[in-house]
Write a protein that binds this ligand. Structure first.
Ligand SMILES: [Fe+2]
Length: 428
């Protein structure tokens, strides 16, 4: 079944929706209550102790088979306030809809008042969608319209959704969006669900939960955050709030991702800064506005070729910037962050320099910037080009496409995918 944003009417109306708007200032700004550092767990525990009645102290912990081990970090705190809890570790990567239904059934049996999501982006997104399924079983997940559509009226059964991320990059813990997979399509398609009521009420950022993040996930989720911040900075929904957050985020990532990737848990300072960068990127991008067409390209490519989200969206980052550069100069503000002198340089050479610097940065943490260089899984050229129509179609029908500066269609998407095979510079 198509989503609301695949409707031709919506696509046709999007360009005129902002006609009377002050650029970027017709958007809202949704934030969670965020607790950071070593005292975060105790502060949240004390808060819950004060606001929950004794019979309301029932928590469902949503996690997966890998992140379930982190439950031991919160067990003492839950016991401190006699919180009865149940662990459900049935989350799967890519969030198939069947797991959402399964989690909602667990809620119906256990009747929690609190949901605690411990894990990466898939865990966060599954928890958000379980909240919807449990409270609004009548709601068609493909037709949830953000903000101006309709209120969902959640939180009648669940009082608090608490997010404890174990990765540093997806930012889902502070975002109003969830990515799920529609397996009824062939090939399966990523679906974005966006609504402010999906936002976690409380987010806990404690470096204990991310200190053992393996190198691959450190780089992949860190590059996802970079793609959020840069992609968002160069969309036309940006405003001074988001611009400030995105710029700060990019500076943090340029400084701390290489350290966090190289030294892992031995460099807790870098880990903590990447936690902050991750939330900054989500506030500044898909938490409140849109992360740019590199996410539409990456969603489509990642799903069809089974490539990690962060690797896929950062691979397409340079192409997205170059494509939008035909109609905006905003990318120029990023030059100083990448150490590029702008004086007495022509626009075209500056753009080439910026794109190369961003590619160099991605390479510095062993990320690919063209499809033919991806290893694990290696993609055959013939297979890639055989799928190029599907790739373009899925990117065109991605929610992010509605928010791009520059008009785009399937033919242009196809051309970008073609250029991305060997890293050609976007010259159209
Ligand atoms: Fe992302």
């Amino acid at each position: 079944m198509p989503t609301w944003y695949e409707s031709q009417i919506i696509k046709d109306l999007m360009p005129i929706l902002g006609a009377r708007a002050v650029r970027g200032l017709e958007t809202n700004f949704f934030l969670s209550r965020i607790y950071t550092g070593k005292s975060a767990l105790l502060k949240v525990t004390r808060y819950l102790e004060a606001v929950l009645e004794k019979e309301e102290r029932r928590a469902l912990i949503i996690t997966d088979s890998f992140t379930e081990r982190f439950v031991k970090y919160i067990d003492d705190y839950l016991q401190l306030i006699n919180m009865e809890y149940k662990i459900w570790s049935g989350v799967l990567p890519e969030v198939p809809i069947s797991t959402i239904d399964e989690g909602a059934k667990v809620c119906e049996g256990f009747k929690p008042k609190i949901i605690i999501a411990i894990g990466g982006g898939s865990v966060m997104d599954t928890a958000k969608m379980i909240l919807v399924r449990y409270e609004r079983p009548d709601q068609n997940l493909f037709m949830i319209l953000p903000s101006i559509g309709a209120a969902l009226g959640l939180r009648k059964k669940i009082k608090y959704l608490i997010a404890i991320p174990t990765t540093t990059g997806t930012g889902s813990e502070v975002a109003t969006a969830a990515l799920i997979t529609d397996n009824s399509r062939d090939p399966p398609k990523k679906i974005e669900v966006v609504h402010e009521e999906l936002l976690a009420d409380i987010t806990i950022l404690d470096s204990d939960f991310v200190k053992d993040l393996p190198p691959f996930l450190t780089k992949a989720t860190g590059l996802d955050a970079l793609a959020h911040a840069i992609g968002s900075f160069t969309t036309n929904w940006g405003n001074p709030y988001f611009d400030a957050m995105n710029k700060a985020c990019i500076e943090e990532i340029v400084k701390y991702l290489p350290r966090s990737y190289k030294y892992g848990g031995k460099d807790l300072e870098a880990r903590s800064h990447m936690q902050a960068a991750s939330t900054l990127a989500a506030f500044g991008s898909y938490g409140n506005q849109a992360p740019g067409i590199n996410h539409a390209l990456g969603h489509s490519f990642g799903k069809i070729f089974n490539i990690h989200h962060g690797i896929a969206v950062s691979l397409f980052l340079p192409y997205g910037i170059a494509f939008k550069a035909k109609v905006t100069d905003k990318w120029m503000q990023l030059c100083p962050i990448f150490g590029i002198e702008t004086e007495n340089k022509k626009r075209e050479s500056l753009l080439i320099e910026l794109i190369q610097s961003i590619k160099n940065f991605i390479h510095s943490v062993d990320g690919p910037t063209c499809v033919k260089n991806i290893i694990g899984p290696k993609i055959e050229k013939k297979n890639y080009f055989k799928n190029i129509d599907n790739l373009a179609n899925y990117a065109m029908n991605d929610a992010v496409t509605l928010t791009t500066y520059r008009p785009i269609n399937e033919e242009l998407y196809k051309k970008i995918f073609e250029y991305a095979w060997d890293g050609s510079f976007i010259d159209f």
